[in-house]
Design a binder for this molecule. Structure first.
Ligand code: BGC
Length: 755
């Protein structure tokens, strides 16, 4: 008889049944327990379409998957900066899951792009945790609004493919919290994902799959996650330790040996059965919410999906350069499309996200709607060497035309799940094609199809560059629509495009060695690094042009940082075309401390404006917009002082700026004999103690030789002089006993709110 309630189901199961439920039945199914009416739900990759395998399942996809729609990968959807678009993509994916009987979609993938070299960057959103978190959150809400679960992956710090199953991401706590966890935190707290997928790698030495701090203390304890955690495919190392740490489900199913390990551990007393019961109950609770029914799955509507893929792709194209209003093209001209990608676009990446599509309309085909376009292959996708005769033919065609549109980018083998790139270059044949064509044709447009930034040695030689990313099966239509101006581009770069690989923040520490990768750049990832170092980049984070122009004015701030602030700004379309603008808000700590990024994205809104139309955009900034993770107190904290709030069109095109003052608050940090005077001075609750010492020093020096250790007795200088001295070091100077110092420490602790 079927028992409905998860807690009763757990009670009715045998030990073996419970252990069995904690690993998959096969590559894509959880186990059933027919005796109790528990079905075997199906999971599927993810993240930008369905890779559902029906007949013979295998992790590598050798047996193929069902025909499905390939939506733009996250590298592209992130460029939309559009929460509503991600929600709607999520809804469509959720509907497709229902149509195919999929209960849990394995996505979104939301690791941070620590380096442009990560082979899987195309599946991830951004180098910025705020953008990643905001977009992933709406994607998750969209999917789950259909009663289909997601698996947010890869939790956490899986930022490279090299040695991904063994490498340890050695990262400091501040960077871990601010950069690598905070996007996940947003999704968990605000979108309540049904499941999470732990990553393959280790974090500071411990595998994610058995990392109690990550899977229980932080994920559940701090963030309130109430779904279940599954392993990445094959990520389990020690099954029993993993279960205790908070890894409920092992995927895929194996030979039953790990189930037996669980049973034996319970029998021997090494594992408390309550831990197993809790895991099983968590899995059953999620299963209870899933609406998909594999036996009653009508199949998805591919044609409708394709139309949706085109619509989404249009929002993701980024216009990087457009000198002299080279674009949009007008149909009446002699236009040549050059490069094999014009005919065979690259629109998705390799690995577990690879979709079996019914096809992709090329930009060349889609352009027919706008008039006659001639074509030359320019290079062969078979290798990266140039092909003399293809190149010659392409240069000739370009010279005979009025405009040359070059399609170049990264071929499949250049970036994929499973390995990282070793350089940031395009194939030599693509680079050569651009330079040779640019020599004969001043009206040259470059269209890029790639999942991650590339070096563009020819960037100054061409007037226009369009970034199409891996834009899914609708990218051909979307590219043509943007080139010919049916669509006004509105994408913005969700990552910085550095000038060269050696400029990147992790250059000296990637991919690590001896199974360790040191995240030595700390919080300075992406634009946080380039801005702090005052370095030029090819294109900055948030950059993206439009066929119209937007003017910013009237920045107003209301409230106090840390206590719900509102920021308002007016944006006007002062050009001749309707268009969308991504209004970006950045916050910079100006309290005088140097251990902060110059600015960080803390708000964005995508708005649509008719020519001449003006709108007010309002942002509400919560406390996190100003906080940093203070390792000294193991918590988020807002230092008192000045903050710069800037709004603009990219991280390096800020149009309006204002300042706000955060009040000083006591820092709840335990003071000991080892606490330095500098640390006491920084804390407004204990600053008086240092000031009193300095005052007395100044007085003493006035009645002495007028200096302190040969330095003029000025307050600021003296504070610097003593700031590294711990309290134990001034006992003799103050002519007090150790016991008296202990008394002082007690009073300092109560002043700062510590017991
Ligand atoms: C990938 C996951 C994927 C899983 C199942 C793993 O290799 O890292 O992202 O969901 O395989 O295909």
């Amino acid at each position: 008889m079927a028992i409905k309630k998860p807690e009763e189901q757990v009670k009715a199961m045998t030990l073996e049944e419970k252990a069995g439920l904690c690993s998959g039945a096969d590559v894509w199914h959880l186990k059933a327990c027919e005796r109790l009416g528990i079905g075997a739900i199906m999971v599927s990759d993810g993240p930008h379409g369905l890779r559902t395998q029906r007949a013979e399942s295998d992790n590598l996809g050798i047996n193929g998957s069902i025909e499905a729609v390939c939506f733009p990968a996250a590298c592209a959807t992130a460029a939309s900066f559009d929460r509503a678009l991600l929600y709607s993509l999520g809804e469509t994916l959720g509907e497709e899951c229902l149509a195919e009987g999929v209960s849990v979609l394995l996505g979104p993938a939301m690791n941070i792009k620590r380096t442009p070299l990560c082979g899987r960057n195309f599946e991830y959103f951004s180098e910025d945790p705020y953008l990643s978190g905001e977009l992933a959150k709406d994607y998750v809400k969209g999917v789950q609004s259909k009663g289909v679960g997601v698996s947010v992956k890869h939790f956490a710090a899986n930022n490279q493919e090299t040695d991904r199953m063994v490498v340890s991401a050695d990262v400091d706590e501040r960077a871990f919290r601010e950069i690598y966890l905070s996007g996940f935190e947003t999704v968990v707290k605000e979108a309540k994902p049904y499941t999470m997928m732990c990553s393959y790698n280790r974090i500071n030495g411990e595998y994610s799959s058995q990392n109690k701090r990550l899977l229980t203390d932080i994920l559940r304890g701090e963030w309130g996650f109430d779904g279940f955690v599954m392993s990445d495919w094959g990520a389990v190392v020690d099954r029993v330790k993993g279960l205790e740490a908070g890894l409920e489900l092992e995927m895929p199913g194996g030979d039953g040996s790990t189930d037996r390990q669980i049973v034996e551990a319970v029998r021997s007393g090494a594992l408390n059965e309550a831990v197993l019961d809790r895991a099983v109950e968590r899995i059953l609770r999620v299963e209870e919410k899933c609406r998909a029914d594999e036996n009653n799955a009508p199949g998805m509507d591919i044609a409708a999906g394709h139309r949706k893929a085109v619509e989404i792709a249009r929002e993701c194209v980024v216009l990087l350069k457009n000198d002299g209003d080279m674009l949009p093209l007008s149909g009446g001209k002699k236009i040549a499309f050059i490069g094999e990608f014009a005919e065979k676009p690259r629109y998705q990446g390799g690995g577990s996200s690879h979709i079996h599509t019914t096809g992709c309309t090329s930009a060349l085909k889609a352009a027919a709607e706008y008039g006659k376009v001639t074509y030359a292959r320019g290079y062969s996708l078979k290798g990266s060497e140039e092909d003399e005769s293809l190149l010659r033919e392409a240069v000739k065609l370009a010279a005979e035309s009025e405009v040359a549109v070059l399609f170049v980018g990264l071929p499949d083998s250049f970036e994929s799940e499973g390995y990282d790139r070793t350089h940031m270059r395009l194939p030599d044949s693509h680079n050569l094609l651009v330079s040779e064509v640019a020599k004969v044709q001043p009206h040259t447009v470059v269209v890029l199809y790639n999942g991650s930034p590339v070096e563009m040695p020819w960037a100054d030689e061409v007037p226009a560059i369009v970034e199409g990313y891996l834009g899914g099966e609708g990218i051909g239509e979307a590219t043509a629509d943007v080139l010919f101006g049916k669509v006004n581009p509105s994408g913005k770069l969700p990552e910085s495009f550095p000038l060269r690989l050696s400029d990147t923040p992790s250059w000296l520490n990637f991919p690590g060695k001896n199974r360790h990768c040191r995240y030595a750049e700390g919080i300075y990832v992406g634009y946080r690094y380039y801005d702090k170092k005052e370095m030029p980049v090819r294109f900055p984070f948030g950059h993206g042009l439009s066929y119209t122009k937007f003017e910013y004015s009237g920045l107003k701030t209301e409230g106090v940082p840390g206590e719900d602030m509102t920021v308002r700004v007016r944006v006007k379309n002062v050009g001749k075309r309707t268009g969308k603008e991504v209004v970006q808000l950045y916050v910079g700590n100006r309290t005088g401390r140097n251990d902060f990024p110059v600015r960080e994205l803390k708000g964005f809104e995508k708005i649509f404006l008719l020519p001449g139309e003006e709108r007010e955009v309002a942002f509400s900034l919560g406390s996190r917009a100003f906080a940093f993770y203070d390792e000294a107190v193991s918590d988020w904290r807002i230092p008192g002082g000045k903050y710069e709030i800037s709004v603009g069109s990219s991280s390096r095109d800020l149009r309006v700026t204002s300042f706000a003052e955060a009040p000083e608050k006591p820092v709840k940090v335990k003071i000991t004999m080892d606490t330095t005077l500098g640390e006491l001075y920084e804390n407004p609750a204990t600053r008086w103690f240092v000031e009193a010492r300095i005052d007395s020093l100044i007085k003493k020096s006035a009645s002495g030789n007028g200096s302190v250790m040969g330095i003029a007795p000025e307050k600021e200088t003296l504070i610097r002089l003593v700031s590294g001295v711990p309290l134990r070091g001034i006992i003799s100077m103050m002519k007090i006993t150790r016991a008296q110092m202990e008394g002082i420490i007690d009073s300092l602790n109560s002043a700062s709110g510590e017991k």
